[in-house]
Ligand binder design. Structure first.
Ligand code: B1M
Length: 222
């Protein structure tokens, strides 16, 4: 198979959630010289977008979404060291979690991998993270940035609940807040009072670096 055939097969097998085949094709793609970016952006992510589109049309149901998601996660585990191992110096600490009520983690994990690759120390709290758990982890780790991910319109309001919890704990001025996730927009991020928003993983890295640089510059006495 040439590179295009591998990408096409990877797309198709992710779509039907054939995890063992997705792992084989990921390895085959890397051996054939395809970069991790090509496998991600030309096969795996478009395939999950199609899964979502089929779910919306009623052609796929939750089990199909679940097995496609698992197949994608397996491939991500293989790609993680390749995407994250850039030897970059530590630029800051990023505390990340998917908000309470939400179990989606693939997008969050991808952001984590890219952040690690750019030199961030990432502390991942996982999924279904309550405001109380975010607060306890901020107090323990004192990160530069806390990131809230939400993938459902019904869980996006947890951003505001988390912001309120930060205010109540007296931590709002001590940490930069970033939000993201498939249904989130810049307008929504502004409305909840977040410092930053990004639509995808690479923009999230740029935005995170920029926010830290600005905060450090503002802290330097004139
Ligand atoms: Co769900 N699901 N799901 N699902 N699922 C979506 C999100 C949906 C859009 C599908 C659809 O209808 N088209 C829809 C949400 C609709 C909405 O509210 N707007 C949906 C639904 C409805 C549901 C359920 C309610 C279904 C049900 O039970 N009836 C249910 C909810 C469960 C819950 O959370 N309580 C549910 C369940 C699931 C599974 C468990 C089966 C599985 C999740 C597996 C997992 O994550 N481990 C699943 C999946 C796989 C999907 C789709 C198909 C794929 C999501 C994904 O991983 N995309 C999804 C359809 C879609 O997205 N088109 C869908 C790939 C990922 C790389 O992209 O997530 O956009 P993305 O991540 C990006 C950005 O968002 C950004 O960077 C990432 C990387 O570039 N980003 C950040 C993410 N976090 C960030 C944080 C930042 C900055 C940027 O700063 C902090």
């Amino acid at each position: 198979m040439n590179g295009q055939d591998i990408l096409k097969a990877l797309y198709d097998e992710t779509l039907v959630g054939n995890a063992p085949r997705v792992l084989e094709l990921t390895a085959q793609g890397l051996e054939s010289g395809l970069g991790p970016d090509a496998l991600l952006f030309e096969a795996l992510i478009p395939s999950l977008e199609e899964v979502g589109a089929r779910f919306e049309r009623g052609d796929f149901f939750v089990p199909e979404m679940l097995i496609a998601g698992r197949a994608m996660s397996g491939a991500l585990d293989v790609l993680r060291p390749l995407l994250a191992d850039t030897g970059a110096e530590t630029v800051g600490t990023f505390l990340m979690g998917t908000v309470k009520g939400d179990v989606h983690d693939i997008g969050k994990n991808l952001v984590n991998i890219m952040l690690e690759g750019a030199g961030f120390q990432v502390i991942d709290l996982g999924v279904q993270v309550s405001p109380e758990k975010f607060i306890a982890a901020i107090e323990e780790h004192q990160p530069d940035i806390v990131g809230f991910s939400a993938f459902l319109t019904t869980t996006m309001p947890m951003f505001k609940a988390n912001m309120n919890a930060l205010e109540k704990a007296g931590l709002r001025d001590k940490v930069i807040v970033m939000v993201g996730g498939a249904p989130v927009t810049q307008e929504y991020a502004d409305a909840v009072g977040a410092d930053g928003y990004a639509a995808d993983a690479s923009t999230a890295v740029r935005r995170a670096k920029d926010l830290i640089a600005r905060k450090r510059a503002a802290a330097v006495p004139a």
